[in-house]
Design a protein around this ligand. Structure first.
Ligand code: A2H
Length: 253
């Protein structure tokens, strides 16, 4: 990571149905606004294969009114950054409607913009940092080793993680082909590096590095609006398309 600002794509995933716990706390606090979980990603081209979304169960999130129509779920830290980037109605002000524990968001059903799976579930991830992005992570298990390993862990121990098996049942969607690793690079790397769980953070960091470089420099899109194009060409185009559709915005930190 460099010292300059990181330019993320903030992906807006509209809540279709809150988990019962979140519904009980949030429903009458949002004043009829549409509510979005907002994920910060560096891989906008992977929206086509989004299968889930992750939160940290020990992290507190806020539901912030953007204007009269919309509210965003992010960490308080990200909301403050957004307020100073002109993303909310009043510059510098976060209008928090309510605070909600990450654990209570698990099981919420959300829309996945441009994904071949239009609606997906919110799941818990051990290694979500409260200090990075929005604290909400979009799950693309085909291309992110961290995402795939989390799904494997949840499938092994659904009771322990307090998830219903059907929430993590969606298999990785092949969307990028690389000469060295085929079309499910994250699955291939988790196997090759013998990664056993989310606790193998050192190997996961290595896998993430390889997946990122291979995808960016050697990857070709095999799904979505830019099939046949190189990932490095498709990435900004997908971002632009999401932003034009009102499904994403630029977020820096
Ligand atoms: B990426 P960087 Cl397919 N905690 O999006 C942990 N991880 C977080 C996070 C947080 N609070 N906020 C964002 N991230 C993840 C897609 C993706 C990502 C793919 C492959 C690699 C990848 C789908 N998940 O990231 O430290 C998000 O996951 C590897 C670079 O700012 C985000 O992009 O470089 C990435 O980490 C940002 O990490």
């Amino acid at each position: 990571e460099g010292v300059g600002p990181q330019e993320y794509t903030a992906l807006k995933m509209e809540v279709v149905q809150f988990s019962p716990e979140a519904q009980a706390e949030i429903a009458d606090k949002v004043g009829g606004r549409k509510v979005f979980m907002v994920a910060a990603t560096l891989r906008s081209e992977t929206v086509y294969g989004q299968t889930n979304c992750f939160v940290g169960t020990a992290i507190n999130y806020g539901v912030f009114a953007v204007n009269d129509q919309e509210a965003y779920i992010t960490t308080h830290r990200a909301a403050r950054n957004m307020a100073f980037q002109g993303i909310f109605a009043t510059r510098g002000e976060t209008n928090e409607l309510i605070t909600i524990a990450g654990a209570k968001l698990v099981g919420t059903k959300i829309k996945a913009p441009f994904s071949i799976h239009p609606e997906v579930y919110v799941l818990p991830m051990d290694n979500v940092l409260a200090t990075k992005g929005t604290g909400v992570v979009t799950c693309a298990p085909s291309d992110s080793p961290d995402d795939w390993q989390t799904i494997v862990d949840l499938r092994k121990k659904p009771e322990y993680y307090k998830v219903q098996p059907e929430w993590c049942a969606t298999d990785p969607v092949p969307m990028i082909s690389t000469p060295a690793y085929g079309d499910l690079i994250a699955v291939a790397l988790v196997k090759e590096l013998k990664i056993q769980s989310q606790k193998d953070t050192k190997q996961l960091a290595e896998a993430k590095e390889i997946a990122y470089k291979e995808g960016f420099y050697s990857g070709t899109m095999i799904v979505g609006d830019f099939v046949g194009e190189r990932v490095q060409d498709a990435k900004p185009k997908v971002r632009e398309k999401l932003i034009k559709a009102g499904l994403a915005f630029a977020y820096a930190e």
